[in-house]
Ligand binder design. Sequence first.
Ligand SMILES: [Zn+2]
Length: 123
Amino acid sequence: MKATRQRDTAAEIAIQQALVQAGVEFDVDVPIIPSTRRRADIVIREQRLVVFVDGCFWHGCPVHGTWPKQNADWWREKLERNRERDADTDQRLLTAGWNVLRIWEHETPSEAVAKILGHVRAL
Ligand SMILES: [Zn+2]
């Protein structure tokens, strides 16, 4: 089982490298909501864009999300709490004037970067 919050997963690193190549300025692993421990994976301040690279298991990916059968109730509660926290995070950021983009860990770096650049150009 993976750790709850890995720093710089392979997916994140690949995305960061592609953004550098595209000439986008960004910060990584940014504490994003005051008085919480929530952190954004990538922040592009110029466009006020916050990007999260969500792990398929922990964030309940529709393709790869699973509900473990061992300790099913505990897991269900935990995973549902994660989803609620994600939704709450998005809402707080939107209220604070940020744009929010969530990318799944399973997306290829080129897909992810195309999405990010699409947002950057549209903002
Ligand atoms: Zn997935």
